[in-house]
Design a binder for this molecule. Structure first.
Ligand SMILES: Cc1cc2nc3c(=O)[nH]c(=O)nc-3n(C[C@H](O)[C@H](O)[C@H](O)COP(=O)(O)OP(=O)(O)OC[C@H]3O[C@@H](n4cnc5c(N)ncnc54)[C@H](O)[C@@H]3O)c2cc1C
Ligand code: FES
Length: 261
């Protein structure tokens, strides 16, 4: 059930020049949230900034009652968030959105290809944890501008996820983008269900690739959001055949064929 929670900050750690990981004590939310869902964070206890900040749930430990958020400092709210220290708290609204659809548990024959562009890595760790728990063989393809922006790879490797990276400047992994990285991987005859998050141009190119290869894919979309509850039309995305869907309530995760990017 969607509720607002005052969540105590356990840790707020800088991982890269503009990327931070926030660990929150919020047991009631941790026990119900699913991979791909998000929360709306009120960073201050005033109405400045007025809007809450949508952030995906990066990781979750239901037993410990904690969730983690991974965020990039881009503007007012995310910079304010990076200044908060353990002991402070933030108000969060959630769980919001639909989340990824996971395959049924199988011991073999199921392959998941996680594709992340930049901060699009955020929702994929929690997803990887659940896929691995279902014994789905999982691989991460992760692209960023430069090596310093590739964050949290260890956490995937500790789960047993195979990781391949690329960077725009070639400072780590393949020099190029993550759609090229996936295309190269698929050339070996590999296949799998694709779960992706990243900037819209990346997802648009990925949509072409998965269609050409006949792969099933789910995309987690980012949109400008206001209410986060389906009430303001702030977050719409075009759907095939005309009309729109709300990223906040119909998504943020869509099957690739459900959206016009
Ligand atoms: C469902 C969802 C999940 C998200 N999950 C994450 C996450 O896990 N980690 C993370 O770092 N970010 C995530 N985002 C994006 C994040 O919400 C924005 O970066 C944040 O709201 C910016 O707030 P700000 O006040 O710091 O920046 P602002 O001052 O509002 O904006 C700074 C700059 O960022 C641009 N911007 C603001 N919001 C967005 C947006 N939604 N998409 C693209 N550009 C934007 C503005 O145009 C401006 O150029 C998510 C967005 C959505 C909709
Ligand atoms: S953010 Fe208001 S309808 Fe989606």
């Amino acid at each position: 059930m969607i509720s607002s929670y005052d969540a105590a900050i356990l840790e707020n750690q800088q991982l890269a020049p503009s990327i931070w990981r926030l660990q929150l004590d919020v047991a009631a939310l941790a026990q119900q949230v699913r991979p791909g869902q998000f929360v709306q964070v009120r960073v201050t206890n005033t109405y400045d900034p007025f809007l809450r900040t949508p952030l995906s749930v990066h990781d979750c430990d239901a037993k410990a009652g904690t969730i983690a958020l991974l965020y990039q400092t881009v503007g007012t709210s995310t910079h304010a968030l990076s200044r908060l220290r353990p002991g402070a708290s933030v108000n969060i609204l959630g769980p919001l959105g639909n989340g990824f659809t996971l395959p049924p548990a199988r011991s073999n024959g199921n392959f998941a290809l996680l594709v992340a562009g930049g901060i699009g890595i955020a929702p994929l760790l929690f997803l990887a944890r659940e896929l691995v728990a279902k014994k789905v063989s999982t691989r991460l393809l992760y692209g960023a501008r430069t090596a310093a922006d590739l964050t949290g790879i260890d956490a995937f490797e500790q789960l047993g996820v195979a990781v391949a990276c690329c960077t725009d400047d070639g400072s780590q992994g393949l020099k190029g983008n993550v759609v090229d990285l996936l295309a190269g991987y698929l050339q070996s005859g590999a296949a799998g269900d694709v779960y992706a998050c990243g900037p819209t141009p990346m997802l648009r190119a990925l949509q072409q690739l998965v269609r050409s290869k006949g792969l099933a894919a789910q995309f987690s979309l980012e949109a400008y959001m206001a209410c986060g509850l389906g009430a303001c039309l702030g977050c719409v995305v075009a759907v095939p055949g005309g009309g729109y869907a709300h990223v906040c309530t119909d998504g943020p995760v869509f099957k690739e064929r459900e959206v016009e990017l």
